[in-house]
Design a protein around this ligand. Structure first.
Ligand code: GDP
Length: 334
């Protein structure tokens, strides 16, 4: 993934380098035309100054604007939200416009500015250590929310597998009583993983299912309750209200929003909406294995400033990778 960005910012760096190169040539010419005679004792320091002047030139704001536009297009096309692009532009501008920048340093400065900016986004979004939280409360209740088709149920099953691997037991609450076949889908995962499912009939009160799943976990001494919910969309106010009710009744210790990285900027919009209507604590971004753009990771993080817990990297239970900011930054700009 992410070749687009490398190309775009290499293109941008090259343009700035060329511009700096031309300026350097001009400065050299100017200095050739007007040779300066100096007395021996100051020669060393003087030439040092001249040398610095010759190889360090300044980029005007106007030229920067022209050069940035291509990188801007590439970022936008690849799902980096407009606010993030403006932030990157400001950071870059600050570091290279009207600053003495050596031609050979341009690439590094551009790269470092981008890295720094994105690192700050991830840092502001914070971090959550899921395992230590789960170990500290029994049962630990996690509510999974998200739009249909993003991979919510698969992700819930992946988390169950991850918890099992860490010796933490789970029970599922089939609180998606709305979508046909959703309970069977959850049961299929549960059978494969050897996990009990607490369920009611379709059309039943989703909050009651969540409540029963928690009661079951308490009675059985189970570590974690993973509650599946119906996929919501902002156009469906009733479902949103029902989800808010599940949250009120279940009082989850953590609400996880699953978003599909392939939906790009829409993922950030969904995040805003769910934060508004329900509230959540962390994200999981799915399908990053097929996402060639990569911008969604930055955009969702920037938009609601919540930590990314995991990345979905495939369809198997093991295809869940803890999110590591450093790794993503290196992949994007390394
Ligand atoms: P839900 O409607 O949100 O519960 O979505 P599902 O869990 O049913 O998943 C929808 C589809 O996305 C299924 O075919 C999953 O196998 C697939 N899926 C989920 N996560 C990933 C992922 O990280 N990578 C890939 N490639 N596919 C995924």
């Amino acid at each position: 993934m992410i070749d687009f960005l490398k190309k775009a910012f290499q293109g941008f760096s090259k343009k700035v380098e060329e511009e700096q190169g031309e300026k350097e040539e001009k400065e050299k010419e100017k200095n050739k035309a007007e040779p300066v005679k100096v007395v021996e004792p100051v020669k060393k320091g003087f030439f040092k100054e001249i040398e610095k002047f010759v190889i360090e030139t300044k980029l005007s704001e106007e030229n920067f604007g022209k050069m940035f536009s291509e990188l801007e297009d590439a970022l936008l096309k690849n799902n980096v939200a407009i606010d993030v692009v403006s932030g990157i532009k400001t950071a870059l501008k600050w570091n290279i416009v009207e600053k003495p920048v050596k031609r050979e340093d341009v690439n590094k400065i551009v790269k470092d500015s981008l890295k720094e900016f994105v690192a700050k986004i991830f840092q502001d979004a914070g971090q959550i250590d899921l395992l230590s939280k789960v170990r500290n409360k029994k049962p630990f209740v996690i509510l999974f929310i998200g739009v249909n088709g993003v991979g919510k149920t698969t992700t819930l099953a992946k988390i169950a597998k991850y918890l099992q691997k860490n010796n933490l037991s789970c029970v599922f609450g089939a609180a998606d009583t709305f979508r046909a076949a959703s309970i069977e889908q959850l049961e299929e995962h549960a059978n494969k993983l050897g996990i009990h499912v607490v369920k009611h009939n379709y059309g039943a009160d989703a909050a009651a299912v969540a409540y029963d799943a928690i009661t079951h976990a308490k009675a059985q001494g189970i570590n974690t309750v993973l509650i599946d919910t119906a996929g919501r969309s902002h156009t469906n106010a009733d479902l949103m209200d029902e989800l808010a009710k599940v949250r009120r009744v279940a009082k989850p210790d953590m609400v996880i929003l699953t978003v599909d990285s392939l939906t790009g900027n829409d993922a950030a919009e969904q995040a805003k909406l769910f934060e508004d209507k329900i509230g959540f604590d962390a994200f999981i971004l799915t399908k990053t294995d097929t996402d060639e753009k990569g911008g969604a990771i930055i955009s969702v993080s920037y938009t609601v400033k919540k930590p990314i817990l995991f990345l979905g990297v495939g369809q198997r239970y093991e295809d869940l990778k803890p999110f590591k900011a450093e790794e993503i930054i290196n992949k994007l700009f390394g």
